[in-house]
Design a protein around this ligand. Structure first.
Ligand code: PRX
Length: 642
């Protein structure tokens, strides 16, 4: 293999990653520890399946924890802060090493072996990070399910992942109120066909828990039994699965995005250096949740792999450690822990925008070098407001659960590069990004043409390997959506300007983004259809100033008379919202449920969600000549105007 030439600019760095991917990624692979060197950088013999670093062996937990114990045993690794319970605790790398081994031994004692799945349904507490790292340590595949999801969502994920053990807690907490988990978990296990052998529970003493004898175990007890446990890191083949994470698509069945071990570790190590400019000994603060991909990559694994301390934060951005309102809590943490890199979502900034701007000046934020924002479009006024307030670069980054790390942004760690308001930036190294014409599939080469954002394979390390247990769905959903071409479809619209900067214009499919949470309208529709009074339903995402989008449901009732009775409608709206809360969780609850006598459809019976959405947003509905019943659309127009 010829040595990689030293890049002089980001353009060169990027070109090398595309033209000489083996040399490029072999160089990046030096950022991590290997138990056994790899023999082949990329095996793309069977497109679109890219297999990275074949023949090598490594371990994600070793790279995140053990290798730092030698040099920085007593430096902070995990800083767990909860403004919900008023707690703040720092675990050094040494402490983390111990806790993870205790958790690993506990999981093993419950029968977990390499390759087994462990489903983690937890609030943002340190135990959740221990559980993830412990799985990686022993080669178990973790499947973290967002704590805001309810029994129905959880049950379908239990059935898909078939976990041997579930790790959970008595409760989360929001706005000072406990949100009990255990009864939701019990109900999910009752609903699921697959039954886990054991449940390991962290008892925060926030809500009472009934333990099921023989199945449920308390982490506090097992931890004590394994207090001195020494559990070595399992040597994992590069392409062994590290985890799966469920994400919404256009069908009601969520997809288990599956990731490898070595490629993911290398990708995160590289991104911490080139994109986030993080250095060992510094502190990173990502405000997401472990239930989402940002939590996996940039709360737990990325910063730790880089030898940084990571802040794990439970609570609202507007509540202090004493439980009192405090719109400056995040900035006080930046000052206290000398945070150098912070990662959040535009929604959170829009919430903070309503707070007193003086709060941004109250603390010494001189440690902070940049604020990274992702998950939804960053509007220019929000970007400007926070940029002026913090006086640091605001760096938009565009990616997906599927990609695992940023696809479009600026890599200031490689070479300083200007950002443009409204654009996440340029393609990141390793991503061969193209824009295709939506109908012809032709590549768009001229600036400022709107097309579908796609990737040519091989996709870079860290990218999803496949959909868990469903290679065919992976290929058909993502790679065969454009006739005649084998390209990865992001399902996002984009344009590229004359300087090569991309602008993301929203999804091409029925996935919506509510306060940075990715939701499938089909899942919400399925839940609503479960209500006995409902004949038909359409859910669309509608633009919202604070949350980016909110879900709006339009329902046709079996008994149309209720539509004209305000009291009945109100009652049904409440019931339907409750139904969604119970099935999916409040995160998926529509902002409004409105009742109509018919839904706008094509003559062939296809629901015109995009037309409904346009009308809800007060936009022109476009060509509606194919519509079956124009009166249906008029009803929605009237409702929105009322
Ligand atoms: O539509 C894009 C939007 O969020 C989707 C991916 O969501 P998720 O799988 O939850 O991953 C989030 C990882 C940060 C994308 O298909 N999206 C994400 N980031 C941006 C964005 N839209 C505009 N600008 C962004 N920076």
């Amino acid at each position: 293999m010829s040595p990689a030439p030293t890049p002089v600019s980001y353009a060169d760095f990027y070109r090398q990653s595309i033209d000489q991917p083996d040399a490029f990624w072999a160089e990046q692979a030096k950022l991590i520890d290997w138990f056994k060197p790899f023999e082949r950088v990329c095996n793309y013999d069977n497109p679109p399946f890219a297999r990275w670093f074949e023949g090598g062996q490594t371990n994600l937990c070793h790279n995140a924890v053990d290798r730092h114990v030698k040099e920085r045993a007593n430096q902070a690794a995990l800083i767990a802060i909860s403004t919900e319970t008023g707690t703040e605790k720092t675990y050094t790398f040494n402490d983390l090493h111990r806790e993870v081994q205790r958790m690993a031994a506990s999981l093993k004692s419950l029968g977990v072996q390499k390759g087994d799945r462990v489903l983690i349904y937890m609030p943002m507490v340190a135990d959740a990070a221990f559980a993830m790292l412990a799985c990686a340590r022993i080669g178990a595949i973790h499947c973290v399910v967002f704590g805001g999801f309810a029994s129905g969502s959880l049950a379908s994920r239990i059935d898909d992942a078939t976990p041997k053990v579930i790790v959970s807690a008595d409760a989360g907490s929001r706005g000072g109120k406990p949100t009990p988990y255990k009864h939701l978990l019990d109900e999910a296990i009752r609903l699921a066909k697959h039954k886990p052998d054991a449940v390991l529970l962290s008892d925060r003493q926030l809500a009472p828990m009934d333990l099921v004898a023989g199945r449920d175990h308390l982490w506090s007890e097992l931890r004590q039994q394994h207090i001195d446990a020494q559990v070595p890191c399992e040597p994992m083949n590069s392409t062994d699965i590290s985890y799966t994470i469920y994400t919404s698509g256009t069908t009601g069945k969520p997809k288990g995005v599956q990731r490898d071990t070595a490629g993911y570790t290398v990708a995160l190590a590289a991104s911490m250096q080139h994109i986030f400019g993080g250095r060992a000994g510094e502190t990173f603060f990502a405000t997401s949740d472990i239930g989402w991909v940002v939590g996996h990559s940039y709360i737990v694994y990325g910063p730790l792999i880089a030898g940084m301390a990571t802040i794990m934060y439970e609570g609202l951005p507007t509540q202090g450690l004493d439980g009192q309102p405090d719109g400056g809590i995040w900035w006080s943490l930046v000052e206290k822990y000398k945070v150098t890199g912070m990662f959040s979502a535009p929604t959170a900034v829009r919430v903070l925008k309503k707070q007193d701007p003086a709060l941004l000046k109250k603390y010494d934020l001189s440690s902070l070098r940049a604020l990274y924002l992702a998950g939804e479009p960053l509007d220019a006024p929000t970007a400007r407001w926070i940029s002026e307030g913090l006086n640091v670069p605001i760096i938009d980054n565009y990616w997906q659960t599927e990609t695992g790390w940023p696809l479009l942004t600026v890599a200031n760690g490689v070479a300083p590069m200007a950002s443009k308001f409204g654009s996440p930036g340029v393609p990141m190294y390793g991503y061969n990004v193209k824009l295709l014409h939506e109908n012809t599939g032709e590549e768009l080469t001229q600036p400022n043409e709107k097309g579908v954002v796609v990737l040519d394979g091989p996709t870079p390390p860290g990218f999803m390997q496949t959909i868990w247990k469903d290679d065919a769905r992976f290929v058909n959903t993502y790679w065969k959506s454009i006739p005649g071409k084998l390209v990865y479809n992001t399902f996002d619209w984009g344009i590229r300007d004359e300087d090569g900067y991309y602008f993301i214009l929203g999804r091409t499919d029925d996935v919506i983004n509510v306060a940075g949470h990715r939701l499938g309208t089909r899942e919400i529709e399925e839940s609503i259809s479960g209500h006995a009074a409902v004949a038909e339903v359409a859910v669309v995402g509608v633009a919202d100033n604070l949350k980016g989008q909110v879900a709006m449901a339009f329902v046709v009732l079996k008994d149309a008379r209720a539509v004209n009775d305000p009291a009945v409608s109100l009652q049904l709206e409440r019931e339907i919202m409750k139904q969604v809360d119970g099935d999916l969780g409040a995160v998926a609850r529509p902002a409004r449920v409105r009742f109509v006598t018919a839904l706008p459809k094509t003559r062939s019976g296809k629901l015109l969600r995009r037309v409904i959405q346009a009308v809800c947003e007060g936009r022109d509905a476009g060509d509606v000549t194919s519509m079956d019943d124009p009166g249906a659309l008029q009803q929605i127009k009237d409702l929105m105007a009322s």
